[in-house]
Design a protein around this ligand. Structure first.
Ligand code: F6R
Length: 614
């Protein structure tokens, strides 16, 4: 949520900053702005709306050349998304420019204090107070670093701040608490940003920062201190993907590219995680086998799509390990006072590794002495850093706001975790585990075969273009897939879409079914005969009430054909793994329908990727 970038070096800062913002626009697109240090002054521009508006404005009225600058792309929290509330914000005299990601919770008393002291605040944001406070401190003679440190100690809430001082032209200072910030380490130039995507074009060497730290970048180097001024160190790491991964590569949308990257993403997530016999090896896990044997309950937490991956995981983990497994929305978790002990394993699923709700959930779990394992796609992010163990998903950067390959690889990681627990605890035989691993190894091919038949889904989207409401039905592991299919459609096509457990229909939701309402039905493999038959009955029930049924069923399942207006054939896979194939046509459908409706698929309205506020 909100993308911020700062640069100091020999290049034209405006170009570096704007390119950085372009690569981070998925984090927020309500407004964008840039500020540069030029000739002892701050030169700036900021515009409501997407980055294109700022681009146009800069084209009409270029800013002066400068080699130090910062920028921001906003997802609005305090104050409407207009030009005035856009970042950067300036201090009272315009000497300091500052951008912010997060929420300053005690902004009201600080604003009142500034107003009493005669400061005139122009915007409705919480950010502007930080700009005034930092500027007041540098005006008193403190360095920008010292000023930032002093101000941060007075702020409550979550924030990443980046500031420049017109009187100190070769320095950018940034700070973080509960909000993402990484440093890009270049040669004779350095960067700060919410995300490595902002500087991947210039360097793949990054520094991970800890909580409550202030970083100062100059051309010569990077200096880190904590909020009390004690020297600190960032943790260096090398980004294992390059610029091409952060670009569309010929696709119209990042989302479409990411859907098509899924076969590779699955293969990469499996790489090195089992031996030739199919025995699991999760070397990076950092929780001992003894501790895993002692686990008596698993609680999976996540939000949105990550939560749905957790729901699928429950079916697999309980079946393979017999450990009771709960799945909970991260933001509900800590407020209900969950029962946690040293033997509880909390699994936090998060593509970005920065979702504030999930971060707060794991902090609560660790305070109660539970062990926390993160399933995450983003190296250097906060959630894995604050967890006892991590399984990285290796999907590469996910830039489309709607998660696709993130979900797919979360499923892989959940299956690997379940199988590993079964191996360590001896609840499944080695050959049973190896058989599932072999099935997982087949998944890239299965997903590719569905992608190759993408035209079928395109035709479906054309036929259903007028639908105002779409329902999704599933049972067992197909139920979370129904929820995920509905979420994709809601967020991209902005139409009413709901997922149901098919058995629940008759308890109320069937009242929604009327003539021609499209209902996607995810049919379990025929091998699960009782589940399969119950699902077929559910399909008959909606069809009897006039629904148009789009039935996703495995190859060779003819029992269901008479009740399908449209058949989407799925590769034959075991029931527990079926979500990996069933979700693909639903992702494609949402992408096609939204494209047809003229929506911006990568940047749906009101949303942002990486939700860093609670
Ligand atoms: C939906 C979507 C969101 C995220 C959710 C959690 O397409 O992308 O529902 O899944 O905001 O995000 P992470 O996984 O980054 O914690």
């Amino acid at each position: 949520m909100c993308g911020i970038v700062g640069y100091v070096g020999p290049q034209q800062a405006e170009g570096v900053v704007i390119e950085g913002l372009r690569r981070m626009e998925y984090r927020g697109y309500d407004s964008a702005g840039v500020a540069l240090v030029h000739d002892g002054e701050i030169a700036w521009d900021k515009r409501a709306g997407k980055l294109a508006n700022l681009d146009k404005s800069l084209g009409d009225q270029p800013l002066p050349k400068a080699t130090t600058g910062l920028g921001h792309t906003r997802w609005a929290t305090h104050g409407a998304p207009n030009d005035v509330n856009a970042h950067p914000h300036l201090g009272a005299t315009g000497r300091v420019a500052l951008v912010h990601n997060g929420i300053i919770e005690n902004f009201a008393p600080l604003r009142a204090e500034l107003e009493r002291a005669g400061h005139e605040l122009r915007s409705e944001t919480d950010t502007e107070i930080a700009a005034h406070l930092v500027e007041a401190a540098v005006t008193e003679g403190h360095s920008l670093t010292e000023a930032m440190r002093q101000v941060c100690r007075r702020l409550d809430g979550a924030f990443t701040l980046v500031a420049i001082d017109a009187h100190d032209p070769d320095r950018v200072v940034a700070a973080r608490r509960n909000s993402p910030l990484v440093v890009g380490v270049g040669e004779g130039e350095n960067f700060v940003a919410s995300d490595v995507a902002a500087f991947i074009e210039h360097t793949r060497d990054a520094l991970e920062l800890g909580q409550d730290q202030v970083v100062t970048i100059t051309r010569e180097g990077v200096e880190v201190v904590d909020f009390d001024g004690n020297p600190a160190e960032g943790k260096p790491y090398h980004v294992d993907w390059d610029l091409s991964a952060a670009e569309k590569g010929g696709y119209d949308w990042f989302m479409r590219k990411e859907i098509h990257e899924q076969p590779n993403a699955i293969a990469d997530s499996m790489l090195g995680r089992h031996d030739e016999q199919g025995a699991l090896q999760l070397d990076e896990l950092r929780i001992s086998e003894d501790e895993l044997r002692g686990v008596d309950k698993i609680i999976i937490v996540g939000c949105g799509t990550a939560f749905y991956a957790g729901l699928v995981a429950k079916y697999a983990i309980e079946h393979w390990t017999r450990i009771p497994c709960e799945v909970e929305l991260s933001h509900e978790f800590r407020y209900r006072d969950p029962i946690l002990t040293r033997d509880t394993l909390v699994v936090a699923i998060s593509q970005s590794g920065e979702t504030a709700d999930t971060l707060m959930a794991i902090r609560h779990a660790r305070e109660q002495r539970a062990k926390v394992l993160a399933i995450c796609n983003t190296n250097g992010s906060t959630i894995p850093r604050e967890s006892d163990a991590v399984i990285y998903t290796h999907a590469g950067p996910e830039i489309g706001v709607a998660s696709t390959k993130g979900f797919m690889t979360q499923l892989v990681a959940c299956y690997l975790l379940g199988l590993y627990l079964a191996q360590v605890r001896g609840t499944r035989w080695g050959d049973e585990i190896a058989a599932v691993v072999r099935e997982l190894e087949q998944m890239p091919g299965h997903v590719q075969s569905l992608l190759d038949r993408g035209d079928e889904v395109l035709a479906l989207a054309e036929n259903l273009a007028d639908a105002r409401s779409v329902l999704f039905l599933g049972r067992h592991a197909g139920f979370p897939v129904a929820l995920e299919g509905a979420l994709k459609l809601k967020e991209l096509a902005y139409i009413h879409a709901e997922g149901f457990a098919a058995g629940e229909l008759k308890h109320g939701p069937i009242a929604l079914v009327e003539k021609d309402v499209p209902v996607f039905c995810i049919v379990p493999p025929q091998g699960r005969d009782f589940l399969h038959d119950k699902m077929v009955s559910g399909i008959q029930e909606v069809r009897a009430r006039g629904a148009r049924t789009i039935v996703l069923a495995e190859e060779g399942d003819d029992d269901v054909a008479p009740y399908a207006d449209v058949m989407v054939r799925l590769p034959k896979v075991p029931t527990l793994l079926q979500p990996m194939v069933a979700v693909v046509p639903l992702q494609l459908f949402a992408c096609e329908l939204a494209t047809r409706m003229g929506h911006d698929v990568d940047q749906p309205r009101n949303l942002a990727k990486s939700v860093t506020v609670e």
